[in-house]
Design a protein around this ligand. Structure first.
Ligand SMILES: C[S@@+](CC[C@H](N)C(=O)[O-])C[C@H]1O[C@@H](n2cnc3c(N)ncnc32)[C@H](O)[C@@H]1O
Length: 206
């Protein structure tokens, strides 16, 4: 009999065959990367939006971190992945849509979003799309909320000029070799606005 892990690996591989750029990996992320992606998240985070959950490896890790299933919003473009996520996480809100349209997604204002966990392949997306995804995510995130992103590349997958334009900063969280391929995780958050006392004399003179 086929185990869940084997079935997931097959589902993932088939999705990659039909849309290699969108799926961007031949196999789901492993346990070590899932732990790194969710390490700073807990039940206190409140609502969590996950972008590109695939077969739900980060979703499982979020539940293990104490996030309630009903506090999860799962945004997945792939039809087969979205159908499987709805079955597997019935009380989470699974929406089959393009994450670039996140800004228009109506969410309950009573449940401010504490974190966005992204498994999206940002490096294979045009910059305009990455811009729309980040803008949408931060339109829902509460002030001190954070966006977590992994990458197989050697640096943060969001270019510095785009971070500057959106008033965001990136912090390296860690790296794991125990993933195929090895991956790094970054936390993207809002920059703290400068206090008046931080400004130079020149800033204040007219
Ligand atoms: C690299 S896989 C990561 C899957 C899973 N998070 C993991 O780590 O195993 C990328 C996922 O993002 C989804 N995806 C890609 N582009 C998307 C988009 N524009 N909107 C929503 N989901 C997207 C893919 O269908 C796939 O599930």
């Amino acid at each position: 009999m086929m185990t869940n892990k084997t079935a997931d690996a097959l589902l993932f591989f088939r999705a990659w065959l039909s849309a290699p750029l969108r799926v961007a990996s031949v196999t789901p992320s492993g346990r070590a990367l899932s732990s790194l992606m969710t390490a700073e998240i807990s039940a206190k985070t409140g609502t969590v939006i996950e972008l590109g959950p695939g077969t739900g490896v980060f979703t499982e890790a979020l539940l293990q971190q104490g996030v309630a299933e009903e506090n999860l919003v799962l945004i997945e473009y792939g039809e087969d992945f979205a159908a499987e996520l709805s079955l597997r996480f019935p009380t989470a809100r699974t929406i089959q849509m393009d994450a670039a349209k996140l800004r228009k997604l109506p969410l309950q204002p009573s449940a401010p979003v504490g974190a966005v966990v992204s498994g999206l392949p940002l490096l294979s997306m045009p910059i305009r799309k990455v811009h729309a995804i980040l803008e949408g995510a931060f339109s829902h995130l509460r002030h001190n909320g954070a966006f977590y992103q992994f990458t197989y590349g050697p640096r943060c997958p969001i270019a510095r000029p785009l971070l500057d334009r959106l008033g965001l900063k990136a912090k390296y969280i860690g790296y794991t070799l125990a993933n195929i391929p090895p991956a790094a995780v970054y936390r993207i958050s809002r920059r703290r606005p400068r206090r008046v006392s931080d400004r130079t004399h020149q800033d204040l003179s007219f």
